[in-house]
Design a protein around this ligand. Structure first.
Ligand SMILES: *Cc1c(COP(=O)(O)O)cnc(C)c1O
Length: 215
């Protein structure tokens, strides 16, 4: 499955984040041996443990909601925090990155689903916070991330993907024009990644398709 997926994504120049949450290090190592270097996790303790026991050239992405008081545990090594949805969180990331004398990549997670349970920035709020976040010296803003509604209604999913692409385009032209670093649209999971690519995704987060279903 990995090779097939990988070649499909390479054609479209899409980055693959292999979502390894709940999966043992042995399974991650297997994928690593096939060449995969970017893995996504949503729990701090889990990603710290996996970082400790796996090859150090893995780029770990946090894709789940992150508590401010836990940033310090991942700041020494985390490659990208995809779930930045408040100025307060960005502020802590800046502080911890600075302490570790390094830079941390982030994505701005924007709310595109209607479900109350789905997290992410309200777009208008993001616009208000943007100047402050951009000023943080140890944070690289690489783009946006979104999680669609869990639904079998393809029309709805497409609308949400279009919404995120639209937000990205607006941000790019109004706030990041000429800034090459701002280029990623992280959207699409196992069930909808092809649709996401058609709608402008540059980075897909795929778990169950690679590792099998989670319990
Ligand atoms: C778990 C998770 C994924 C991967 O989901 P699959 O359906 O297993 O591919 C992607 N993104 C986020 C934010 C997740 O929490």
């Amino acid at each position: 499955m990995y090779e097939q997926l990988k070649s499909q994504l390479v054609t479209h120049n899409i980055t693959l984040v292999a979502v390894s949450k709940t999966k043992p290090t042995s399974e991650i190592q297997k994928l690593y041996d096939k060449g995969q270097r970017i893995f996504g996790e949503n729990r701090v303790q889990e990603v710290v443990e996996k970082y400790d026991s796996l090859p150090k050239d893995i780029q770990w992405h946090v894709i789940g909601q992150l508590q401010k008081n836990k940033v310090k545990y991942i700041a020494p090594f985390i490659s990208c925090i995809q779930s930045v949805d408040s100025l307060a969180l960005a502020k802590v990331i800046q502080k911890e990155a600075d302490k570790n004398d390094r830079n941390i990549d982030i994505l701005l997670q924007i709310k595109i689903a209607e479900e109350e349970s789905k997290s992410g920035y309200d777009y208008d709020q993001l616009l208000k916070d943007l100047v402050d976040i951009k000023a943080f010296a140890n944070i690289n803003i690489k783009g946006v991330m979104g999680i669609g509604t869990f639904t079998s209604d393809e029309t709805k999913t497409k609308q949400e993907f279009d919404k995120l692409k639209h937000y990205f385009d607006n941000l790019k032209s109004n706030h990041f024009s000429g800034i090459d670093d701002f280029k990623e649209i992280s959207m699409g999971m196992s069930g909808d990644y092809l649709m996401a690519i058609e709608h402008g995704s540059t980075m897909v987060r795929i778990g169950s398709l690679l590792f099998g279903h989670r319990n």
